[in-house]
Ligand binder design. Structure first.
Ligand code: PRP
Length: 177
């Protein structure tokens, strides 16, 4: 399904043990982003999945969705919409609150960011448990957007976050098990 073979990009991802907490192996994509060929290939491969699918908007989730979203939007001739942490957006917003391991977090989107029926791809750097993406899906539904796909640079297969999105097209470039 990957039109472009992205496996070699994994060589550019740095693994950092015990970050941000003991026992967590962190997949650091900054080493991939700074590689000009690697970055281009990653954006091309992400965008390629949506060519011909009539995408109106790319939504990027703060913070690392902002790395991929605008570049994909430019490639796909789509608009870009930021989904932000609370109190960052100036105009009226829709807000969703979701559970974390300890406590909760919220995300906001401008109420006028999506017109009903617009076709939206949501992008983030990482699919872990899927809680962040699930919250963003709720925001898109509230605003009447149609979800054309969910995109990730990295998916942690063993956390099975994908199971939350059975009814959607979920596309991740790099898989770790
Ligand atoms: C990370 C990552 C995703 C989310 C994935 O963000 O960038 O947004 O976690 O986890 P989930 O699938 O379990 O929801 P983080 O919470 O570290 O926030 P940040 O991007 O602002 O650093």
């Amino acid at each position: 399904q990957n039109a472009i073979n992205c496996e070699p990009l994994k060589d550019l991802v740095r693994t950092v043990p015990d970050f941000p907490k003991p026992g967590i192996l962190f997949y650091d994509i900054t080493t991939l982003l700074k590689d000009k060929a690697g970055f281009a290939q990653m954006i091309d491969a992400l965008a390629a999945h949506y060519i011909g699918k009539d995408v109106d908007l790319i939504l990027g989730i703060e913070a690392r969705g902002f790395i991929f979203g605008p570049a994909m939007a430019y490639r796909l001739n789509a608009g870009f919409v930021p989904v932000r942490k609370p109190k960052k957006l100036p105009a009226p917003t829709a807000k969703v609150t979701y559970d974390l391991e300890y406590g909760s977090d919220s995300l906001e989107i401008h109420l006028d960011a999506i017109e009903p029926g617009q076709r939206v791809v949501i992008v983030d750097d990482l699919l872990a448990t899927g809680g962040t993406m699930q919250a963003t899906v709720q925001l898109v539904k509230q605003l009447g957007g149609e979800i054309a796909g969910l995109a990730f640079a990295v998916e942690l297969d063993f956390l099975r976050g994908r199971q939350k999105f059975a009814e959607y097209d979920v596309f991740s470039l790099l898989h770790y098990s």
